[in-house]
Design a protein around this ligand. Structure first.
Ligand code: C5P
Length: 403
């Protein structure tokens, strides 16, 4: 599940999708669907090679508002070769074959896609897919270097099995990587220059060899906040409890188990960060371990477990906060939300606190939506309606940047 990628705040943006002749061409249909779901307008150009694998009609049926298949279409579309460059916010070529990379590198304009690429001065992304020998060929290496130097962004290719049965570098990057890179290309870059630390998920406090103390946090809220920061240009470090959200390759993910491990990871990263957002549901208590082995039932009818306290990570980070750093905390509450939030904001030296009731339907743990009360250091408070966690994530950053 990639619920943390379901941003739908890109209304009015447009991506021009270039599709080339590779067996991976069919995957571009899913990419189109994903961009449409995010509110992005999509136009498409299929090369002659792409049309051997897939038809323009499929893209139209899935919501592309314009599909080009030929260099010289009709009299009323005389400037189709220029139109994406004038109107689209980014161009994504997927799959990008050795041939289209060569055309783009050398400025050839002898088919519709190459011509549109040449006339496109905005952000260009390519997701190559080809046989590893073709990828490694000196000509392709040179072409890729030239394109990268000119600012073309490469997504993949990855190592793995390719269609012909060979193994090596040339497999198209996973769709979520291409999708996320496209979203980032059209997102505002208002978080560029920030290094954001995000904690997410539950912690696991071991009691014996097989048992632990934990909670049902999915980590979705934190994953959405991390993705929103990344899309808006921030450098992102995630300290993650035992949950498995996909993140782009340049997000640094530190996996931890216990609260103590999360504490140690945060202590090492926080000094170099500008902004922290602590969404993790950290266990306040840890059972005093029974021992290294497994506790056996045997004749035991009752079990007494003793607990010790865990460090409060956010409070410690708050006490270290410099004037050039900003800190956001979360407060999961069942009652007295506003007073508790106010208390935590002060005690933990926060700039912003997001409080959410965890006993309402559609809010808190394991839910894809949340209802939150937001309070900042200046005393401004807002109550947001029940919203998808991706939307809440986006608004949290808006709020921090504006205030
Ligand atoms: O005090 P409380 O646990 O309700 O505070 C919640 C906030 O503090 C959250 O942002 C949570 O991630 C953080 N926290 C922490 N370390 C703890 C407990 C909570 O970082 N031990």
């Amino acid at each position: 599940m990639n619920e943390h990628l379901n941003f739908d705040c890109f209304l009015g943006k447009r991506i021009h999708l270039g599709v080339c002749g590779s067996i991976a061409a069919y995957k571009s249909l899913d990419l189109l669907r994903m961009y449409r779901k995010a509110g992005i307008e999509v136009s498409v150009t299929l090369t002659d090679g792409a049309q051997e694998f897939i038809r323009g009609l499929s893209f139209e049926a899935l919501g592309a508002f314009k599909v080009w298949e030929r260099m010289f279409p009709t009299m009323d579309d005389t400037f189709g070769h220029l139109e994406p460059g004038q109107a689209a916010d980014a161009m994504v070529v997927v799959p990008a074959t050795a041939s289209v990379l060569a055309r783009m590198a050398h400025g050839l304009a002898d088919d519709m896609l190459s011509c549109q690429a040449l006339a496109f001065s905005g952000r260009k992304l390519v997701a190559p897919a080809m046989n590893p020998a073709m990828w490694d060929a000196p000509a392709t290496r040179d072409n890729c270097r030239v394109l990268a130097e000119r600012g073309v962004e490469f997504v993949g290719p990855d190592c793995g099995d390719v269609a012909c049965g060979d193994h090596g570098k040339g497999r198209m990057a996973p769709l979520e990587s291409i999708y996320a890179a496209g979203l980032r290309a059209v997102a505002p870059k208002d978080m560029a220059g920030r290094h954001v630390l995000i904690t997410l998920g539950p912690t696991r406090e071991k009691w014996d060899a097989v048992r632990f103390w934990s909670n049902p946090s999915s980590g979705l809220m934190g994953a959405c906040i991390a993705m929103a920061a990344w899309l808006r240009g921030a450098k992102v470090t995630v300290v993650s409890g035992p949950v498995n959200w996909w993140f782009p390759d340049d997000v640094s993910v530190i996996k931890v188990g216990s609260a103590q491990e999360m504490f140690d990871a945060c202590m090492s990263v926080w000094p170099e960060c500008s902004t922290g957002c602590f969404t993790a549901a950290v266990a306040d208590f840890k059972p005093i371990p029974h021992g290294a082995g497994k506790f056996k039932k045997d004749g035991n009818v009752s079990l007494k477990v003793e607990f010790d306290t865990n460090p409060d990570i956010l409070k410690t980070v708050g006490s270290m906060k410099r004037d050039d750093q900003q800190l956001i905390g979360f407060a999961a509450e069942t009652s007295n939300i506003q007073e508790s939030a106010q208390g935590k904001l002060e005690r933990k030296n926060l700039d912003l606190i997001i409080a959410n009731p965890i006993n309402l339907p559609g809010a808190g743990f394991e839910s894809s939506t949340n209802s939150v009360y937001v309070l900042d250091r200046a005393g401004r408070s807002e109550e947001w309606p029940n919203l998808p966690k991706t939307e809440i994530a986006w608004r949290i950053w808006d709020h921090l940047l504006l205030n």
